[in-house]
Design a protein around this ligand. Structure first.
Ligand SMILES: [Ca+2]
Length: 313
């Protein structure tokens, strides 16, 4: 008996302690709160750690229609289907260095009238399930369930290349929130497939266009990229400053690679009086591309007569 204890002690003594795990807490992302627009999509912001995500929304629960104490760390966590209907896409993470273990914390950001099963599934490079973990959430008829339930999937070998969090059985993902994604091995950045920077063409508005008195215009254009985009924006600049619309977060531009079309999109309340520079910009793992035009906005006070008279005359 003493022998066994001595052996165990000896093994513990020589065992190399694991390096501190990597924890993605999302709190470094500047994003908006529940009930508002403009949440940042989480894609390749943590590529330097060898992990990428499939475009969940980062939400700051201290802003907007705040849910105090909801996130597991800080105020920011992620949800896959924020503001989307009929969305069953899991929250997914991909690793460039295969992992033995993945851990996440889960919660639910609105009322939940039933009890549901949440599953963390880990896959190897062939797409085979190598580890799973489940937990239950709810019911919580009076309000959100803070992110305090953990799920940890351990495969026993360093073969986890991808992991996803979803309901079991598959259900709408709205409300399911994840924070503090934990794993053990930092990997390299994923290889970049692009051989050149994204090509960007703005087809609307035309250079020199005049807008007013209503503060709106339409944009359209095309992007060609060899890799999924990290960012795509429309920004409107004057001497007074710049206003930016995130086209990935708004769903107006796909996060896929290839030829991406920005269909006619109406933009409100982004112009300032006088000359404005409208920039359409895209960035992938290799670099960025942009196209821009100058337009003029004449606000209502610049018109010599009341607007009704202009229209009736
Ligand atoms: Ca957090």
């Amino acid at each position: 008996m003493a022998n066994v204890q001595q052996q165990a002690a000896a093994q513990a003594a020589v065992r190399v302690p694991p390096a501190a795990p990597v924890v993605i807490d999302f709190d470094d992302l500047a994003t908006s709160g529940p009930g508002t627009g403009g949440q940042v999509l989480v894609l390749r912001q943590y590529a330097d750690l060898g992990i990428t995500f499939n475009g969940a929304f980062a939400i700051d629960y201290s802003k907007g229609q705040a849910i105090p104490g909801f996130a597991h760390s800080g105020n920011v966590a992620i949800e896959q289907c924020y503001g989307k209907e009929f969305c069953t896409t899991p929250i997914e993470m991909m690793f460039t260095s295969t992992q033995d273990r993945v851990k996440v914390w889960v919660g639910y950001s609105s009322r939940l009238l039933e009890r549901r099963t949440i599953i963390l599934t880990a896959f190897d490079a062939q797409g085979l399930v190598v580890a799973q973990a489940i937990t239950g959430l709810g019911p919580s008829p009076n309000g959100p369930i803070p992110i305090q339930a953990s799920l940890e999937a351990t495969s026993g070998a360093a073969n986890i290349e991808r992991a996803q969090v979803a309901f079991l059985p598959s259900a709408l993902m709205n409300g399911l929130a994840v924070d503090d994604v934990e794993f053990d091995t930092v990997g390299p950045r994923p290889p970049c497939q692009s051989t050149q920077n994204p090509s960007v063409v703005l087809t609307e508005p035309l250079s020199g266009a005049l807008f007013g008195p209503t503060n709106e215009f339409e944009v359209a254009g095309t992007i060609i990229t060899g890799s999924p985009l990290d960012a795509a924006t429309i920004s409107v600049s004057t001497a007074a400053g710049t206003k930016t619309l995130d086209l990935l977060s708004s769903g107006n531009i796909s996060t896929q690679s290839g030829i991406l079309t920005l269909g006619r999109l109406r933009i409100n309340e982004m112009l300032s009086a006088g000359q404005n520079t409208i920039v359409f910009e895209a960035r992938d793992c290799r670099g960025s591309g942009r196209d821009s035009v100058m337009v003029t906005y004449r606000p209502p006070e610049w018109f010599p007569f009341p607007i009704q008279r202009i229209r009736s005359g």
